[in-house]
Design a protein around this ligand. Structure first.
Ligand SMILES: [Ca+2]
Ligand SMILES: [Ca+2]
Length: 319
């Protein structure tokens, strides 16, 4: 394995020698070493009995009429009744700042809002919602983009929008995701993204009083960068918790910047990845307890290798 101490581009040379002589071919800038991608999870609301932010960033939300109920599939979730909402202390994003919003939703009612911030004037709004046709939509006032999957089927769906300034920040650049997959875009109406400062993020409402969310919501996340398709797929595919059991013998507990692993079974091997898929730790785990430290809070994926099977769990670490 070759290790690079610094980010940058590196040439690769290949030298072949035989009886005829030696030939070297060099490929310029063949390897690009990038900064590791870090999961900048800004706010995380699991709605387990309250709307507090679990990241430790203290973006707790004010509950305005929502209730917390036990859902058969997802445990404790928030229930919205079309007049309720939640107002996060998170200030949202200004201008063309990168962003990702993700959540689980379950609803039968179209034309409702998942989250919004900014101001109701051209280019200044950010409303992430279900359009009148039940499809996932982002609009900025004067421009929009929407997907092709109807989400008002009364089933749980993972939804996300990501945005990154490509030099010409436009709502047409937004990526939408349903159940971990990039959405096929059905329609877009171009408009600049220049979100106004609003000081808070509304969860379950925007500037139209008829659009308060109706249904259930869980695991609402705000990230200060555009997550990749791979990361969104990870968010969707693996359940998230601060305590998880893997198989009969492995217990994981997320405790601030540590994951504590308890193994009451035989030796096994484990890997821990960040949400971008970079392997951060790889080790054999004998029977006993091990505490694995991390530099920062975020979502980490723990994989246990036993024979031909791999089991994975996602652990949220708070500040
Ligand atoms: Ca929950
Ligand atoms: Ca653009």
């Amino acid at each position: 394995m070759v290790e690079y101490a610094q980010v940058g581009e590196y040439d690769v040379s290949l030298t072949v020698t035989d009886q005829q002589g030696t030939h070297t071919q060099t490929y310029a800038n063949f390897i690009e070493v990038k900064e590791p991608v870090i999961g900048q999870l800004e706010a995380s609301h699991n709605f387990n009995g309250n709307a507090n932010d679990l990241t430790g960033n203290e973006w707790d939300a004010t509950e305005d009429g929502i209730v917390f109920v036990e859902d058969d599939e997802r445990g404790q979730v928030a229930e919205f009744n079309a007049t309720s909402s939640t107002i996060s202390n998170h200030p949202g994003f200004e201008g063309s700042a990168a962003r990702t919003i993700s959540a689980w939703i379950k609803t039968t009612t179209a034309d409702k809002v998942i989250c919004a911030f900014g101001a109701k004037s051209k280019t200044k709004k950010w409303s992430f919602r279900l359009f009148t046709n039940g499809k996932l939509r982002v609009e900025v006032e004067g421009g929009y983009i929407y997907g092709s999957t109807v989400l008002t089927d009364g089933q749980w769906h993972h939804v996300a929008c990501t945005f990154e300034d490509d030099g010409t920040p436009d709502v047409a650049d937004v990526k939408l995701f349903v159940d971990g997959q990039l959405e096929t875009i059905e329609a877009r109406g171009s408009q600049t993204v220049n979100t106004a400062a609003s000081g808070s993020v509304w969860i379950g409402k925007d500037f139209a009083s008829t659009r308060n969310f109706m249904g259930r919501m869980d695991d609402f996340h705000i990230w200060d960068r555009a997550l990749s398709e791979f990361e969104i797929a990870q968010l969707h595919s693996v359940a998230l918790g601060v305590e998880e059991v893997i198989g009969d013998h492995i217990q994981l507990v997320g405790d601030k910047k540590n994951i504590k692993i308890e193994n009451t079974g035989a030796r096994t091997s484990m890997k821990i990845f960040n949400i971008a898929g970079t392997c951060l730790h790889s080790f054999d785990m004998p029977s006993g307890t091990k505490v694995v430290p991390f530099d920062q809070p975020g979502i980490y994926i723990v994989a246990i290798y036993g024979g031909k099977t791999i089991q994975t769990k996602k652990i949220l670490l708070a500040n």
